[in-house]
Each structure stands twice: as C-alpha cells, then as structure tokens.
Write a protein that binds this ligand. Structure first.
Ligand code: BG6
Ligand code: MG
Length: 221
C-alpha cells in the first residue's frame, strides 16, 4: 500500500514532554498528599488530561467530586503551561525534523495527531508548525485514544484515505487508535510494550524514507 501521509503523535514522538507532565502532576499529587512516582507517570502516557487525573486520584484513594476534579485539572494545566512555555527548539527529539523534511520532499503529506490541547503552544515554542500540513489535537476531537477519532480527523484534514496513512506513536492506546483507524503504525519505544505496531524503532532518528517504503511493501490492506 502506497503511503500518502504520515501522522505523528507529538508527546513522546517529536518532543519529550512527559517530564513536564510529571512535574506538574507531581506538584498536584504532593499538594493532595498522594504518593506519585515516575513509574506511575508511565501509565499517563497518551492518556487524556481528565483520565490522568482519575488515575492519580485512584492512587491516593480520593474521590473529590466533579467540581474539585475540574479545579485540580486546571491547576495542573496552569503549572504544565508554565513549564512548556519555556521550551526551545533544542528539545525536539533527535532525527525528527530531518525525517519529516525528507518525507515531505518525497511528496508525503504530514500531520500531527495528538490528544493534547496544548499542541499549538508546543509546536509554536519549538518552531515546527511549518513541517505539518494539518494539526488534529485535543482541541478538535471529543474521544480519546484508543478511539481512532484524532487520526481519522488528521486524514480528513489532509484529504487522504486512512489506509494510505502511517502513524508514529509511543503509547499503547495510540497504537490501538491507529489500528482502529485502519492505518499502519510505527511504534516509538519498546517492542514488548508496543507489540501491535507494524514495526518498532527507538526514535525517529532510526527512520528514513527507505525504511518507510519497506513498511509499505510488507503490509497490504
Ligand atoms: C498526550 C500525553 O499527548 O496528551 C498525555 O501523552 C496527556 O500525557 C494528553 O495527558 C493530554 O494533554 P494536555 O496537554 O491536553 O493536558
Ligand atoms: Mg505520545
């Protein structure tokens, strides 16, 4: 199957924002007297803001009610925005810009498919908006991954058939979302964890257009 477009998750694929999410959630957890570790943080990757909060509250055995939950999520996001507003282009993960530029030269269209409502700010801070023909993010979807909505939205914005898209994802829920969208997917991280991906690499620095076309040849939909 020919590849017409590549859709990239943002957090954990192009930039490492997990550390900022951790710092902000940790600040909230500390304030609520909840023990929250970096290991716990792994469970939040690719998970929506409200679902992340639910996981943390569950760790602490707290159920504060909807109003308080909104207050906590807003507080965390304010702290998170404070951290990401200082991001610089130096924080783009190795090989990302080169790979995206190479595929664009070959006529492949590119999009972001991220759960984050902070996507526009991150893209602007690290200066890579012009690398994408479309941005589907937490601001224009209602259903979180593993629902395929965000990737289908990106394909629609690009006017490309989902079967002609390849997704790049670091989270299990994101790989499942790509599968649910009828798209091929490249996992970023560990083969053991991302077993449903068509192939797994440790980062976009391991990718090039030739590897991408090998993926096209091995998969037929
Ligand atoms: C995902 C992250 O990309 O976006 C999650 O992996 C995060 O950790 C989610 O919770 C939502 O992000 P935001 O910026 O809208 O709170
Ligand atoms: Mg991610």
């Amino acid at each position: 199957m020919h590849t017409a477009a590549c859709i990239f998750d943002l957090d954990g694929v192009i930039v490492d924002t997990a550390k900022y999410h951790f710092q902000a959630w940790k600040r909230l957890a500390d304030q609520l007297g909840i023990i929250f570790t970096e290991e716990d943080n792994e469970r939040l990757k690719g998970v929506s803001r409200m679902s992340s909060l639910e996981i943390i509250l569950e760790l602490g055995g707290i159920n504060p009610g909807d109003e308080k939950k909104m207050e906590y999520a807003t507080l965390k996001n304010d702290w998170y925005v404070e951290l990401i507003s200082k991001m610089t282009p130096a924080e783009i993960l190795p090989g990302s810009v080169q790979f995206i530029k190479e595929i664009r030269k070959k006529g492949i269209r590119t999009a972001i498919g991220s759960a984050s409502k902070n996507t526009p700010m991150i893209l602007q801070r690290v200066g890579i908006q012009e690398l994408f023909d479309a941005v589907a993010d937490g601001n224009n979807i209602t259903k979180a991954k593993p629902d395929p909505e965000v990737f289908l939205k990106a394909a629609e914005m690009l006017n490309v058939d989902p079967a002609e898209c390849v997704v790049f994802e670091d989270a299990v829920a994101g790989i499942q979302a790509a599968v649910n969208a009828g798209m091929r997917c490249v996992g970023i991280g560990s083969k053991l964890v991302l077993a449903k991906a068509d192939m797994v690499v440790s980062g976009l620095n391991e990718m090039n257009p030739e590897i991408l076309s090998n993926l096209e040849n091995t998969k037929y939909i």
